[in-house]
Design a binder for this molecule. Structure first.
Ligand SMILES: [Zn+2]
Length: 126
C-alpha cells in the first residue's frame, strides 16, 4: 500500500518528525518560526515549530532546526556551548547549508562558503 500523500501543515510536520528522529518536537511559538534548545545534559534536544509558520516554508524551517539538532550532537550539550565554540551566526549559516542540502527551498540566513561555516557543515555530516 502506498503511503498517504503528505499535504497540509500537519501532514508536512508529521512526515518530517517521522523521518527525522532524534529531537523532541513540539508545536510551540518561541517568537521565531523555529527554535532548538537542549537540556543541561544535552540528552533531550527540543525543536519547537511555531504554528504560524507558513506552510510553504514549513519543511525548510524544520530542516534548519534539525541542522541545529545535529550541531548540538557534535558540539556537546546546549546550544550555548556551541555558540561559544563557533558563533551563532556561523551556526545559522551552516544550518541553512544543511537545510538546503536536505531539500529546503527557503532559508533565512543563507549558506555561505566561508571556511568556518563549511567546517561546521562538514562536522554535521553533510
Ligand atoms: Zn537557526
Amino acid at each position: 500500500m502506498a503511503p498517504a500523500p503528505v499535504s497540509g501543515w500537519s501532514g508536512i510536520y508529521a512526515a518530517f518528525v517521522a523521518s527525522h528522529p532524534g529531537p523532541s518536537y513540539r508545536v510551540w511559538d518561541t517568537g521565531n518560526y523555529g527554535n532548538t534548545t537542549s537540556d543541561g545534559s544535552g540528552t533531550v534536544v527540543t525543536v519547537s515549530i511555531a504554528p504560524r509558520t507558513p506552510v510553504d516554508i514549513l519543511y525548510s524551517v524544520m530542516a534548519h532546526e534539525y541542522g541545529h539538532y545535529r550541531q548540538n550532537r557534535i558540539y556537546g550539550p546546549g546550544l550555548g556551548y556551541a555558540v561559544r565554540a563557533v558563533g551563532s551566526v556561523d551556526l545559522d549559516h551552516a544550518a541553512d547549508c544543511f537545510a538546503l542540502a536536505h531539500g529546503a527551498t527557503w532559508v533565512n540566513y543563507g549558506c555561505t562558503s566561508s571556511p568556518a561555516v563549511q567546517g561546521i557543515l562538514a562536522r554535521m555530516g553533510g
